[in-house]
Design a protein around this ligand. Structure first.
Ligand SMILES: [Zn+2]
Ligand SMILES: [Zn+2]
Length: 262
């Protein structure tokens, strides 16, 4: 199973997951042109993408949804509340027969990939994140969560690759330019994971299976790639014992171009 962040950040999110036979996207907060360029750069034929999994209706996750449905007729999976909310957010006229309603904790299958949606704490209608498993590997995408708990850890555990949120540095956010209400929203249990919390969550996930971790959904105003990387790396280093078998590689997903396919 492969995973590749096409774009990741508070301005837009789109992740490719797939294997030889099945090609999917998680979220399409990206223009058609950018998506075509991004997929081409990592050698994926956009015409082979059969389905899009939507996590929630915020614009940085669905801005390209309407276009993609109209142009390519891709099937769209999401909770009923998410897809209804997306319809009200100006995705334009779409063929709603392409919608497939899913529920948290109820696995479903697309060809040879089993998808598991799980609930996240975020200020959206009925948001979920996804893990995807085929006969070989499990990969996960976990962004836009205000907090994590054992339920989140249980769902992500056993992944070989994860795209995980490291949204903001708490100090930068607190002294930064955002208005008070927005700072409160981001810091709340229904906001976003800070670099610190991202590192702490990761210490619960690192095992001999986990080979690749991409930090994603970085805030443009309240974070820097180097800061996110160093903060998470230090927390992991301090908390994960150097047993043999740990081979996790850490990197930051780019805001505006694809990461390496892993
Ligand atoms: Zn969001
Ligand atoms: Zn988001």
């Amino acid at each position: 199973m492969n995973l590749c962040s096409i774009v990741s950040g508070s301005s837009g999110n789109c992740t490719y997951i797939g294997n030889e036979d099945t090609h999917l996207l998680v979220d399409v907060g990206i223009s058609k042109k950018k998506l075509e360029e991004g997929l081409k750069a990592v050698d994926v034929d956009i015409n082979k993408i059969s389905s899009i999994l939507i996590t929630h209706e915020h614009i940085d996750h669905i801005s390209g949804l309407g276009v993609m449905m109209r142009k390519f007729g891709m099937k769209v999976y999401g909770t009923r509340e998410t897809l209804m909310a997306a319809m009200n957010k100006g995705i334009g006229k779409v063929d709603t027969s392409l919608f497939h309603f899913i529920e948290p904790d109820k696995e479903f299958v697309i060809n040879d990939i089993t998808i598991r949606p799980f609930s996240i704490s975020h200020d959206a209608a009925n948001p979920v994140c996804y893990t995807a498993k085929d006969s070989k590997d499990k990969v996960s995408v976990a962004t836009d969560l205000g907090k994590y708990d054992d339920y989140i850890i249980d769902n992500l555990k056993g992944s070989r690759a994860i795209l995980i949120e490291a949204n903001h540095d708490i100090n930068m956010l607190e002294v930064g330019p955002y208005p008070y209400y927005l700072k409160q929203r981001i810091l709340s249990d229904f906001g976003h994971l800070s670099n610190d919390n991202s590192g702490k969550l990761l210490t619960n996930l690192i095992d001999e299976n986990l080979e690749y971790v991409y930090l994603g959904h970085l805030s443009k105003e309240n974070n820097y790639p180097e800061l996110a990387y160093e903060t998470v790396r230090c927390i992991v280093k301090d908390n994960v014992s150097k047993e043999s078998g740990i081979r996790t590689k850490l990197a930051v997903a780019y805001r505006d171009k694809p990461s390496m396919m892993v």
